[in-house]
Ligand binder design. Sequence first.
Ligand code: NAI
Ligand code: MG
Length: 338
Amino acid sequence: MAKTITLIPGDGIGPEVTSATVEILRAAGADLEYEEQLAGVAGLDALRSPLPEVTLESIRRNGVCLKGPLTTPVGTGFRSINVAIRKEFDLYANVRPALTMVPGGRYEDIDLVLIRENTEGLYVGVEHYIGLEGDPRAAAESVMIITRFGAERIVRYAFEYAKKNGRRKVTLAHKANILKYTQGLFLDVGREVAKEYEGEVEFEDAIIDATAMYLVADPYRFDVLVMENMFGDILSDLMAGLVGGLGLAPAGNIGKTEAMFEAVHGSAPDIAGLGVANPSSLTLSAAMLLDHVGQPEVATRIRSALTSVLADPELRTRDVGGSQGTRGFTDAVIRQLA
Ligand code: NAI
Ligand code: MG
């Protein structure tokens, strides 16, 4: 029986890259039914809520969601819906692969996966100003929260991911030399979990700043990387840069019972409606979704088709040096799948 998924086209270029992705999924023979739901500005306009209850119910019912980018108003208006969805379903593992698909970049054959803790660290948002001598904003402080529970489940996720995907090594990146309590706990728990996988998956720990340097200087020394929230946020963008940028970077947000797959890029208001957006990021996220729901052969077929099309400069979209629009690129991928 076909797997039903929640489909949120999103804002800006979202509907364009979503319909291209669904066409590619259909052409590849993905056994999926799509339950379309609204969120973000589209939800606000049609249902007067950026995160309507029907959308949440749909994700809860289906357990799996493919989501286009959602616009977050800056300064005023509603808070990030992406963050709200992650919180609602406790999607604690942010999985971000960086795989070379366009040859001729800074490096060839990059194949890395960053696993970012998605619920704790500095991003819990516990922060405030401190007033001093008449200045209400003389200082500000944020609290970094690391729990044994949170550290253990993310490091375990990284090892299980490595095992399942035939990966050789997990690198835990941290700053335990300076933040001895929070980062120290993360590292200690990581080392305990790593012992259970001895002989199966290699383990190393590395200081976060050195990790950033080595990712740029010699990315091949890494395989799977695991780290807390903010470090993962920063380094996963760096890794997207290693393989050609945001238009090619997919992401999964995985919880115990629900999972949401999304493009790493935003709603790109500067090119929305022009028919030039690169759908690859969302299409690769859909391939991760297919792996997740037990259709890995279809996922592989889609990745190979994308790789073949992206290898030809004539067939690429503008953001990766080509001249095709969304339509031309999508048609080329569908031809490749035929
Ligand atoms: P952005 O990722 O939307 O755009 C950055 C640059 O990359 C722009 O020049 C854009 O044209 C280009 N770009 C992005 N995706 C592309 C694609 N598929 N094909 C070709 N070019 C592409 O980031 P920006 O402008 O900072 O954010 C715009 C909005 O998106 C904001 O409201 C932001 O909050 C939201 N956003 C949502 C995310 C999500 O839903 N997960 C993630 C990041 C931002
Ligand atoms: Mg980020």
